[in-house]
Design a binder for this molecule. Structure first.
Ligand SMILES: [Mg+2]
Length: 373
């Protein structure tokens, strides 16, 4: 007889949602999500749901076909295991496949959702924290100056207090976009930047120097994700705080960046840390180094964003939130979960994530695999 918490079945679904409009950033453009849902069932009739937001071309080395194959292999290994032994399950996943953090994050989120449901507590409580209202920015992609100004004004009218601007093209365009946004919204609104690895290491300090007049709170990933030394040199030449995003996935990356003083903040994403388990370690390294964190997203629905919001609510060392991707999707297939009022995010109180996928939507999704004992 299996114990109640034993994993008896794992379902893998393709979860593609068209975007409201094409999103352009320095590493490419997207018109739909390539997400994957992982549903983990245990012997006592509970299930947990996790979302992996995969994007080809990102520094994770995963695209949707690779992630789906990985998911099938991971599911085969996890079925039969005790769902509460989360460290052990990460050891099993890492032994099977190193990195591939995005697909692992779907499994990890489902396991924590299950654990919260089993204990009858929401995830922010499970992580030892409190329910706090957190506040997200809203992102503007690589748009013309006019469109940037127009969108910035719209975002301000919607009640957001921070805008993230995508950069990473060239000095003239990036500075022009920052100027357009700043002039459109005035000095009250916070502006943040993200170069998505788009700048040449020699040019980045010059661009950042020009951006300083627009009072950016920070700028993410100025140069290629593997060029940590260049990020350190860029950081030394600007007053704008530098955030590591594509260059940090797990706690090993965090320690490496701390050792060389490469950045001011870590941007945690569950899709990069392989879920909560290692995101907690990344935050611990940040705290040990006296650094704060931000938390971001890929193209998750409100389900994946609810997961990130639980972590952000629980960890007071996370001070910036960029949890806006659901607002770019043409559909909202999520029941429960976080709610937005302007940029303010309120968490649900139900056990676990407190978010699920609408059963009518789930029925229509392509089932890639069902692995059962
Ligand atoms: Mg980023």
């Amino acid at each position: 007889m299996p114990v109640g918490s034993q994993i008896i079945k794992i379902e893998i679904f393709k979860f593609e949602i068209p975007l409201r409009e094409i999103v352009r950033i320095a590493v490419g453009s997207r018109s739909t999500t390539d997400n994957i849902l992982i549903r983990v069932h245990t012997a006592d009739g509970l299930y947990g749901m996790g979302e992996s937001s995969v994007s080809a071309g990102y520094s994770s080395g995963e695209n949707q076909p690779i992630a789906l194959e990985a998911a099938k292999g991971l599911a085969r290994l996890l079925v039969g295991q005790d769902s509460t032994h989360i460290e052990r399950l990460h050891q099993i996943m890492d032994a099977f496949l190193w990195r591939n953090a995005t697909i692992k994050s779907g499994f990890d989120i489902a396991l924590y959702d299950l654990l919260g449901k089993r204990l009858g507590i929401p995830l922010y409580t499970l992580f030892g924290g409190q329910k706090r209202v957190i506040e997200t920015d809203l992102t503007i992609g690589l748009e013309s100056f006019e469109k940037t100004a127009e969108k910035a004004r719209e975002i301000q009218l919607q009640g957001f207090r921070a805008i993230k601007l995508k950069f990473g093209t060239n000095r003239k365009d990036d500075v022009g976009r920052a100027r357009a946004a700043r002039e459109a919204v005035g000095r009250e609104m916070a502006l943040r930047g993200d170069a998505n690895q788009g700048w040449d290491p020699g040019e980045a300090p010059r661009i950042l120097h020009e951006l300083e007049q627009f009072e950016l709170e920070y700028c993410e990933e100025p140069v290629k994700h593997w060029n940590n030394d260049a990020m350190r040199r860029v950081r030394e030449q600007t007053t704008i705080p530098i955030v590591a995003d594509e260059s940090i996935f797990d706690h090993h990356d965090a320690l490496r960046l701390v050792r060389i003083d490469a950045c001011d903040y870590f941007n945690i994403k569950l899709a990069k840390s392989g879920g909560f388990f290692k995101a907690l370690k990344v935050n611990a390294i940040a705290e040990a180094a006296g650094m704060r964190c931000s938390i971001g997203c890929k193209l998750e629905s409100r389900l994946g964003l609810t997961a990130a919001a639980h972590l952000s609510s629980a960890l007071t060392n996370i001070v910036y939130n960029d949890l806006d991707s659901a607002l770019a999707l043409s559909l909202d297939p999520v029941i429960g979960g976080i709610t937005y009022r302007g940029g303010q995010i309120t968490l649900p109180d139900e056990p676990g994530l407190g978010a699920d996928i609408d059963p009518d939507v789930l029925k229509k999704l392509e089932v890639v695999a069902i692995t059962a004992e």
